[in-house]
Design a protein around this ligand. Sequence first.
Ligand code: ATP
Ligand code: MG
Length: 393
Amino acid sequence: MIKLPEQAVIVLNELEKNGYEAYLVGGFVRDLILSRETHDIDCATNALPDEIERVFSNFKQSQIGKDHGTIGVKIKHDWIEITTYRFDDETKDHRRPKSVTYAPSLKEDVIRRDFTINALAINQKGEIIDYVNGQEDIKQRIIRCVGNPEYRFYEDALRILRGIRFACQLNFEIERNTLEAMHKQSYLLNALAVERVYQEFKLMLESDSIYPYFNNTKDILSVFIPEILDLDSQLLMKIDQCNSWLKRFSLFFIHQNEEKIRIRANHLKMPKKLIKDSVDFYYCYNHEYNDQEIDIKRMMQVYPRTIILEAMELKKIIDPEHYSEKSYQLLLKMIQDNVVVSIKDLNINGHDLLNMNIKGKAIQETLNACLEAVMLNKVENTKEALIQWVNLT
Ligand code: ATP
Ligand code: MG
């Protein structure tokens, strides 16, 4: 028998005590069975939203989802979403249901869900209720639509991306008919809000093993990231060796150019910081490092050091012939030593120069010269050494 977390037991108990049915449902049950860390707890019940509010009148509540039949209830430190059994009615724009109709029993609520592995319920005793053979699919590690996949994707095209994302995250295989329908219906992805697409794509890129899934669904992913079609399979194969989101995203653009990165990233409405990181990454990756300290210092003046590091690491993975271990070690050491690459790191400043009777424009010029001298190791970065150096030059 599966043991439920304490907050979950409280929710189920409160509802049952008041004469309602209550089950934990969806991803929470899937992750519990898979012993994965579970986050949001979802509960389904035959109580109507007003009744849920009444049952939990002594708890903090959130009404944000009330129109869709969901009341949030805070138990201990967790928000638990309690939703009245429902059907999802016809969708508009292949995404949001037009309206919500409450369903008479758990069964209807479960079979509206996307995949069998997400359509399990569990009661207070820890017994699993399985109308769709989801337990077997979890055991066999299979992503399979509940019902007719073509229809389910037509209803809501986001399910196509959720399916690929779950396969990547869980390392599950996508069942043949489900996969076929994904290919066939992929054009529907054009109708989705790009924010949702990006959210799923990001989760895919953050998964451990993505190559086999990306390789099998290139045509689908190309609807929103066409660059995948230009990517050599040898390169795509390396994607799982990349240990960060940035490396993985950058892999698609490494042989493109800044403009293409910007166009794609803006189209995906990526956060500004990630767009900048991706562009910086592109230049750091394509720079020819010559194993000279000063070359790396000049890069550090322009680009964040972590991005230079990451770019070098990607080079090692996908183009080892042009990777320089020496430059990489130099960079690591310079980061550790916190080397001087900007005027604000100098141990001399404008006041010191004023005291030396240097004035106006000459102050900035002298500071620039000091920086250059320190970066070239011509003078030590101490006040005495710098004053002496300025006096001599
Ligand atoms: P995650 O680990 O990302 O939270 P999840 O399966 O819990 O995965 P949620 O978006 O939290 O996903 O949704 C909770 C549950 O609601 C799902 O497990 C599934 O049963 C149902 N669900 C969510 N989105 C859809 C959808 N687009 N179509 C059908 N059912 C859905
Ligand atoms: Mg969830």
